[in-house]
Every structure is written in structure tokens, then in C-alpha cells.
Design a protein around this ligand. Structure first.
Ligand code: TYM
Length: 333
């Protein structure tokens, strides 16, 4: 079972990333042969960004993933730009990607609308690079949050069209989306997902937030004017808190509704804040330690890239051969 997922190197990851995806990476680490996790710095160049800050963001993200429990001895953890095959396969897959499919991508529409100066072609090609990430490792399973559903679906379509056009080389991946916590919402705008780039600062809980800050943010969370602790379409804020509490305490949402039935929003929010703080505290503590040793982080990523290349290079050879492309660079005489 080959498992692959990618995560953007933004300085601070949030509760949605942790619950929706990182927990799935930990599960994948137990089952993957191997599980491959990639910090996608090439994707980060598809919108305006600060080149001098990017390397540190990659290290932040690596330390955060390890603090959450990824063990580089048991999975492959690396930086995307260290493995040149990702960029190369992106170009090759563009030959089996329908232009119209890319125009229909939700995230392109959202992100291009936010760009102030330049909508980069790389933002349009973003899903093709993501497909390359996945297909380069002949991935069976991709653990992601709900917002990546369409991207993984496109990767499947690209694999199908590649195989139909050039012969059976690539594997069609399945997404693995958690049954609860796949879409954590912004605390201030519970109709919108918690997000690094969208949403609100006060509505976002960072994995490394102090416990006191977490409780404060949850207490200020936007809720309806009612008083019932129950999930309902018109109670987006409370529904989100129920879901988060259920995941943080490892219980079913129905149980949470029962446990807090009859109690007011104030007491419930306090309990949710504490549950999140308890969930994240050990990660925050380990993060500090791991982040302090930059050369060790760099060594870990470099070793991960070597292992990733061992898988990627032979797959690229097959792709080149199937597409009738040159091989002399890889196999010099
Ligand atoms: P990124 O870095 O935005 O998010 C990383 C993971 O976190 C999940 N996620 C959420 N889950 C639940 N609730 C939320 N509010 C929430 N916000 C984010 C995402 O679904 C994701 O799994 N395009 C990808 C990175 C990528 C990738 C890949 C993923 C590049 N190549 C190949 C899988 C396979 C992204 O921007 O994730």
C-alpha cells in the first residue's frame, strides 16, 4: 500500500490541517509501504510569496509534522523542490490534462480572485503539479481534508487518460477523507473553512497557539442566538464546535450532544477550548524542541529526498519510455 500526501509550507499550520489531514498521515504511517509526505514548496510559488522566508517555512512545517508524530524512520518526509522529477512530471502530465478541467477547479477560482497583481500560470497548473506529486509514487491512497477532493479526483482522471494514451504505467489513487473533521470551519465565519489564506485571524486556531489563546478564541466563536447544543444547518458555529470536540475527545458527535444537553453555550465553549488545548499541547511542546535544531531538520529532509528519488526515478523512466522521450540523461553512456 503506497500512501502519499502533500502539505503547503505556510509558517503556522492550523487545527483544520491537524484534524483533517495530519491525523490521517499518522494513520498512513502505520500502513504505508511506504507512506510518503511532501512539503510542497513548489506549490507555494503559485501565488505571491516571500522567497527569503520560504526556506524557514519549510522547516517550520517539517518540525510541526514531526511534533505531531511523523517519524522519518517510518515514513518518507521531504521537500518537493529537492526532487526535480515533480516539476518534470507536471509538464508531461499537462499533455493529458484537459484545459477545461483546470478551468473548473474551485481553488483556482477562489485563489485567482484573491491575487492583487498577477494571476500566475502556475496557479492554473497547480492541480497538475499536485497530480504529478501523487502519480510519481504510484500512490494507492491520499489522506486529505475535504477541500482536496476535487484535486485528487482530477489526479485520477489524469492517470486514466495517461494510461489510455500511452499505456498502463500510472496508478489511479483513492482519496482517504476522515468521516469526522474533514472540514473544520472558521470560528468567526463558520460558513467558511478554516484556512491560512482565507477566513479570519481570530477564527483560526494555530497548532502552536498557547492554551490560553485557544480557549479565548473558542469562547469568542460565532454562534447562533439559540441555546441548544445540537447539530443543524442553521447552527453552523455550534455544529463545528461539536465536531471539533468529538474529534478532540475521541467520542461520537451524538454523545457530545447528549453530554452537553441542557447546558448553555458558555460552558460548552469552555469545554471545547480546553479539549483543543489538551489535544494540541503535546504537539506544541515537541515542536519547540524540534524546530530549534535546523541542521537536523535539513538532514532529515535531505535523507527523505534521497528515499523519495529512489521511488520516483524508475517511475519517470517508465513514463519517458511510454511517451517516446529521451532517456540519455538518466542513463548516461
Ligand atoms: P494545504 O497545505 O492547504 O492543507 C494540508 C491538508 O490540510 C487539509 N485541510 C483541512 N482539513 C479540514 N478542515 C480544514 N479547514 C482544512 N484546511 C486544510 C487539506 O485538505 C490538506 O489535506 N493542495 C494541497 C497540498 C498538496 C497535496 C499534494 C495534497 C500538494 N500536492 C498531493 C495531497 C496530495 C494543499 O494546499 O494543502
Amino acid at each position: 500500500m503506497r500512501i502519499f500526501s502533500g502539505i503547503q509550507p505556510t509558517g503556522r499550520k492550523h487545527l483544520g490541517n491537524y484534524i483533517g489531514a495530519i491525523r490521517g498521515y499518522l494513520d498512513g504511517q502505520e500502513r504505508g509501504d511506504p507512506a510518503v509526505y511532501c512539503i510542497v514548496d513548489l506549490h507555494a510559488t503559485s501565488v505571491a510569496y516571500e522567497p527569503t522566508a520560504l526556506p524557514a517555512y519549510v522547516l517550520d512545517t517539517a518540525a510541526m509534522l514531526m511534533a505531531a508524530g511523523l517519524d522519518p524512520e517510518r515514513c518518507v518526509l521531504f521537500r518537493q523542490s529537492d526532487v526535480a522529477e515533480h516539476s518534470e512530471l507536471c509538464w508531461l502530465l499537462a499533455s493529458v490534462t484537459a484545459y477545461g478541467d483546470l478551468q473548473r477547479m474551485h481553488q483556482f477560482k477562489e485563489k485567482s480572485a484573491r491575487e492583487q497583481e498577477l494571476v500566475r500560470t502556475s496557479l492554473f497548473l497547480y492541480p497538475v503539479l499536485q497530480a504529478a506529486d501523487i502519480l510519481l509514487y504510484k500512490t494507492d491512497e491520499v489522506p486529505v481534508g475535504d477541500d482536496q477532493r476535487q484535486h485528487v479526483e482530477l489526479a485520477r482522471e489524469i492517470a486514466r487518460r495517461f494510461n489510455a494514451t500511452y499505456g498502463e504505467v500510472l496508478v489511479e489513487p483513492e482519496h482517504v477523507i476522515p468521516t469526522s473533521g474533514a472540514r473544520i470551519m472558521d470560528l468567526q465565519e463558520p460558513e467558511a473553512k478554516m484556512s491560512t489564506t482565507g477566513g479570519t485571524e481570530q477564527g483560526r486556531i494555530y497548532i502552536d497557539d498557547e492554551p490560553g489563546a485557544i480557549v479565548k478564541k473558542v469562547k469568542r466563536a460565532q454562534t447562533d442566538s439559540g441555546s441548544e447544543i445540537a447539530r443543524a444547518r442553521e447552527k453552523a458555529g455550534i455544529s463545528n464546535l461539536i465536531e471539533v470536540y468529538a474529534v478532540a475527545r475521541g467520542v461520537a458527535p451524538e454523545e457530545v450532544e447528549r453530554e452537553f444537553g441542557g447546558q448553555g453555550y458558555g460552558a460548552f465553549k469552555q469545554a471545547v477550548g480546553e479539549a483543543i488545548a489538551d489535544l494540541l499541547a503535546p504537539v506544541r511542546e515537541r515542536y519547540r524542541e524540534l524546530r530549534a535544531d535546523e541542521s537536523e531538520l535539513e538532514r532529515t529532509l535531505a535523507a527523505g529526498a534521497d528515499r523519495a528519488r529512489e521511488i520516483a526515478v524508475p517511475v519517470m523512466d517508465e513514463v519517458h519510455e511510454a511517451m517516446g522521450l529521451g532517456r540519455s540523461v538518466r542513463h548516461p553512456r
